[in-house]
Design a protein around this ligand. Structure first.
Ligand SMILES: Nc1ncnc2c1ncn2[C@@H]1O[C@H](COP(=O)(O)OP(=O)(O)OP(=O)(O)O)[C@@H](O)[C@H]1O
Ligand SMILES: [Mg+2]
Length: 246
């Protein structure tokens, strides 16, 4: 589903954040991404939605080679990759309902369908009574739930949650983690960035980034990566026999 092949990222400031990083993530995985502050976790998320392009190397998400995809496909990519941003990126002058509904409005969903979907998501994330409140009227945990609902509104195959439990008390953090597990159980591939080591679970893959490199990847698989299509009925154009450099 995701292939990072020898990816390097040097910001215009000259800061080398990733250096020949390679990994692949298969559909259905739950991956915990750790690393000290500044290790490049958020950069990985921005690369995944083509908010940034790598300086070298290639990134494939589903059937898309991100460096080669047409600009018109970027919005489609972003519907398939939900992101819970580290700084929420919730629109302050829109209600919780409006924030979650926005992505569906943009793609022209009928009003009734939007209402049903948002209502369902608010139930799923546990804040059905907050729909008409503005972000400033929510607690940190509630805001995080709203951000998760917004990230999954268009039923992405992949969810990148960037420190979704930062600044939350232990219980609320554990509840948010459980929510991500529930979303994973519904069939979504999840990448969760965290500094909280209590979420490290031997049942989940753990990737650690440090000084531009992967210093730990508990995936035992060294099989060549094959990017599974994100869209139904669309054949992958990946070179299926290409070895991934580890
Ligand atoms: N737009 C930018 N321009 C220049 N340097 C940047 C930019 N964005 C991030 N960086 C630098 O890249 C490095 C990695 O940043 P990134 O946000 O990916 O780290 P992180 O692992 O998510 O850290 P944290 O755990 O603090 O969220 C940092 O040194 C940061 O200063
Ligand atoms: Mg970050």
């Amino acid at each position: 589903m995701i292939v990072f092949d020898q990816v390097s990222k040097v910001y215009p400031t000259g800061n080398t954040v990733l250096e020949n990083v390679s990994f692949h993530i298969n559909p259905g995985e739950f991956v915990i991404l750790t690393g000290p502050s500044g290790a490049g976790k958020t950069t990985v998320g921005r690369l995944l939605i083509r908010d940034l392009l790598p300086t070298s190397g290639s990134i494939k998400v589903g059937e898309w080679d991100l460096a080669k995809m047409k600009p018109g496909h970027v919005s489609e990519l972003r519907r398939h990759v939900g992101v819970v941003f580290q700084d929420y990126k919730i629109i302050p002058d829109k209600t919780v309902f409006e924030n979650i509904a926005l992505a569906l409005e943009i793609i022209g969903y009928p009003g009734k369908q939007i209402e049903d979907r948002v209502k369902h998501l608010l139930e799923l994330v546990g804040i059905p009574d907050k729909k008409d409140l503005f972000p400033v009227q929510l607690s940190g945990g509630e805001l995080q739930r709203a951000a998760i609902a917004r990230a999954i509104v268009s039923e992405p195959k992949l969810l990148f949650a960037d420190e979704p439990t930062g600044n939350l008390d232990d219980q609320t953090a554990a509840d948010i983690y459980q929510l991500l597990l529930a979303i994973h159980n519904l069939g979504t591939t999840v990448i969760m960035c965290t500094h909280n080591r209590s979420f490290l679970d031997p049942g989940h893959r753990h990737i650690n980034l440090e000084k531009g490199k992967i210093t730990l990847d508990t995936s035992s698989s060294s099989q060549p990566a094959r990017a599974a299509p994100l869209r139904e009925g669309h054949k992958s154009k990946e070179e299926k026999h290409k070895k991934t450099k580890e």
